[in-house]
Design a protein around this ligand. Structure first.
Ligand code: SF4
Ligand code: SF4
Length: 159
């Protein structure tokens, strides 16, 4: 595995995600499923009538566009109390807004991980090289008023 992977993917059972249900994974196995795309850290807009959710490139105030990571992940709730901690128990309630390429969503649907997923490629950079992530594509939410988010709608990268 790449040494600069911000997520600890060391010592994991080989291809554990193919044999272990989401609700049976250890905390480390669960965390290692995140591909680091950053798409869930973007603000979304939901159509009140249809419930359709669209992605914007307006990033959460803690999102670091260069690393494509939360700048304060461990203490993020002090700054962004509404940030969701995804678990196997609450996953079903969040699937409607989650990115199509998100590993949690893919596995929940019985689909395989993509080749660019760091668990497959062995390299955290592969998600960026494949054009899936939000790295260097965002604007900070403190620069855009809520009313103008609809000017920043985007297609989900990689779909
Ligand atoms: S969308 Fe899914 S895979 Fe991408 S950063 Fe969020 S939790 Fe991780
Ligand atoms: S607080 Fe961090 S993890 Fe939560 S949405 Fe913002 S950048 Fe992402």
């Amino acid at each position: 595995m790449s040494t600069d992977d911000p997520i600890d993917r060391s010592g994991l059972r080989p291809r554990y995600w193919e044999t272990t249900p989401l609700d049976k994974m250890t905390r480390k196995e669960w965390e290692a499923l995140c591909d680091g795309c950053g798409k869930c850290c973007m603000n979304k807009l939901e159509d009140e009538d249809t419930g359709e959710v669209v992605l914007t490139r307006v990033a959460c105030r803690l999102f670091d566009d260069t690393t494509c990571r939360c700048a304060q992940y461990d203490i993020r709730h002090q700054f962004v109390p509404e940030c969701i901690t995804l678990t196997a128990r609450n996953l079903q309630g969040h699937l409607y807004w989650m990115p199509e390429t998100c590993a949690y969503k893919l596995l929940n649907e019985g689909k395989p991980l993509y080749d660019w997923h760091p668990l497959i490629s062995g390299d955290a950079q592969s998600v960026h090289d494949a054009g899936i992530s939000m790295q260097s594509r965002t604007v900070p939410e403190f620069e855009v008023s809520d009313d103008d988010w609809e000017d920043h709608l985007i297609e989900e990268p990689g779909t």
